[in-house]
Design a protein around this ligand. Sequence first.
Ligand code: EPS
Length: 403
Amino acid sequence: MIRFLTAGESHGKSLVTIIDGFPSNLPISLDYINFHLKRRQQGYGRSTRMKIESDAANILSGIRFGKTIGSPISILIENKDWVNWIEEMDLEKKSKETPRVTIPRPGHADLVGSTKYNFNDIRNSIERSSARETAARVAAGTVARKFLEHFGISIGSYVESIGDVYSSKKFFNSLLANKKTAIESGWSISLKADKSILRLLDKSQGENIVKKLKSIKKNGDTVGGTFITIATGIPVGLGSFMQYDQRLDADIAFYFMSINAVKGIEIGSGFSSAEKTGSQVHDEIIFNKEGFSRSSNNAGGIEGGISNGSPIIVRSAMKPISTLAKPLNTLDLGTMKKVSARYERSDITAVPACAVISESMLAWVLAKHFLVKFGGDSIQETKDNFDNYNNKSIKRIRTNFRK
Ligand code: EPS
């Protein structure tokens, strides 16, 4: 079983990830990890913090001569902004000048975190609840992505909407229709999206969104949006219905909802399937020389908690960032008087970055279920198990049921 843990405060010295359980002999390069870390930092609407940070992985263990050796992989990412926070984040003692944060922002973890952990300074909540931590997750997810690539699994994402601005082109519908032209591979979608500063597939949508973002910024406000994450090349059989916690869709929902500010997720036609009839929703089964497939993909690639071989399609909703330049009302916990929330700096939107993070979360959850199914201590052993299953599973089904 693979696992990872992250550590690090947003304005502390660095972030750290420990990634455990990947087989040996998987080729992986620093450039590859850094490429995906950089992708997370892009996007129109980010705060000046992104001009300070330039995320780069410092691999401390687990890789030798460009390949995993089966030992825990540890990766350190420096926070360049730390030098501006040395006193606030001192490990030993507080300087007299360091003011305590006493005003919680509505929608942030400030108040709940301070209540739960018995803090007298909201900074302690701010630091770890910050989405800065997602850089460490992308490092972990990128190792998982590399592993999946070895088996032809490809992951990508794009931003569907920011605020209420959608494209008229309805690309999501062509994904659900399983149109071969809509999707070459998961990564091919990211390649297109990465060309746009908002990670959109439709250029004309971009102009309307930029207009909207400018007016939102002027009003001191923030905005969320929706994004689609896709994985292709998935074998049949990841996940299980044998236990509730082995279901692939349930696990995807867990990892996606763990991303900061994600408030909603659906798989395939999700919520809209509740408004339709069974005959409109369920994907008909087809068989040809490539094996079984489905006429459409409203199931989003998962039936009964198990991958069915169609692309996995996840649609998520991110709420607006909760730090507002024109703040909402809250209380000063020091005086218990009504005040405006604190503001230092903030992203206006971070939906493009969130989509990139979701790729890492999808990579992680798929790699986890892949290794549960195929196991292996070396990548060669995993490949043998995978090939054996792929070569035999369809033949077996046909023999088992032959009349
Ligand atoms: C974040 C607040 C901002 C973002 C940060 C997430 O940071 P700061 O408090 O330093 O202005 O820039 O995101 C990142 C640093 C990052 O790397 O994505 C928050 O409150 O979640």
